[in-house]
Unconditional design. Structure first.
Ligand code: ADP
Ligand code: MG
Length: 241
């Protein structure tokens, strides 16, 4: 069994007295992609923000690589959690070259850093763009650079929030497949948030279906698709083509 990298238990968070994340528990192992799937407003991004540490929990606990990083009275800052982040507006630094974007925040000697940048740009097939600037790249290319940047420091856990929703339909499936291959090659644990069932079906080893702040079902994609927990879950999956 691959090691558990991320383990959350009983996670809760309220805003203005309303519980937006309600007793959420999950684990993600090395090399595994778990999709947190659910309709808009169900609490997916808040869950991810709690795990990233940019939001504080009310109850529950979060462990990364066996060490507790958040619990009532305990809050490890985001920069001290071993996470990589990718959000919808992945925002590369516009004034830095592709290579400098990927190298930003890397530790080690200049030679070590530039070797790592080269390796990561190679992995996402962007080596020939190293000296270019973000505005010179297409959306799909920028996305690949953002992936290289997020993985360059070797995060134990990747947190991705609707990372493909800025791309047009024509590109999206291809970028999803490329991204998945790179994530798998790096063996990182991935928690990917999406409201699109087809994306979860395509990318997940495990789907955690979320509704009104709660995980209502967890399982392998085809188990969830074939054996939805209730009518609402069935309806949510019904418009996959
Ligand atoms: P999702 O990502 O599934 O669309 P979110 O986690 O962004 O859902 O939001 C869940 C609910 O929490 C929404 O009703 C949203 O308006 C509310 N919410 C999120 N962040 C805040 C905040 N900082 N203050 C108040 N309400 C918030
Ligand atoms: Mg969201």
């Amino acid at each position: 069994m691959p090691e558990t990298r991320l383990s959350i238990q009983g996670l809760c968070r309220s805003f203005d007295g309303r519980r937006v994340v309600d007793d959420v528990s999950l684990e993600v192992a090395a090399g595994q992609v778990t999709c947190l799937l659910g309709p808009s407003g169900c609490g997916k991004s808040t869950t991810l923000r709690l795990i990233a540490g940019v939001e504080r929990l009310d109850a529950g606990q979060i462990e990364m690589c066996g060490a507790r990083v958040a619990a009532p009275g305990l809050h490890v800052e985001p920069e001290n959690r071993q996470i990589g982040l990718m959000f919808q507006d992945f925002a590369l630094f516009p004034h830095l070259s592709v290579a400098d974007n990927v190298g930003f925040g890397l530790r080690g000697s200049r030679a070590e850093r530039s070797a790592r940048v080269e390796e990561m740009l190679g992995q996402v097939n962007m080596g020939r763009f190293a000296a270019q600037f973000p505005h010179e790249l297409s959306g799909g290319e920028q996305q690949r650079v953002a992936l290289a940047r997020a993985l360059a420091p070797r995060p134990a856990i990747m947190l991705m929030d609707e990372p493909f929703s800025g791309l047009d339909n024509r590109l999206r499936d291809e970028v999803r497949d490329q991204t998945l291959a790179v994530l798998k090659a790096n063996g990182t644990a991935v928690l990917l948030v999406t409201h699109e069932p087809d994306e979860a079906m395509r990318m997940a080893d495990e789907i955690a279906l979320m509704r009104h702040g709660k995980i209502v079902q967890r399982g392998a994609p085809y188990n969830i698709y074939n054996t939805p927990v209730d009518k609402e879950a069935a309806a949510f999956f019904s418009d996959i083509n």
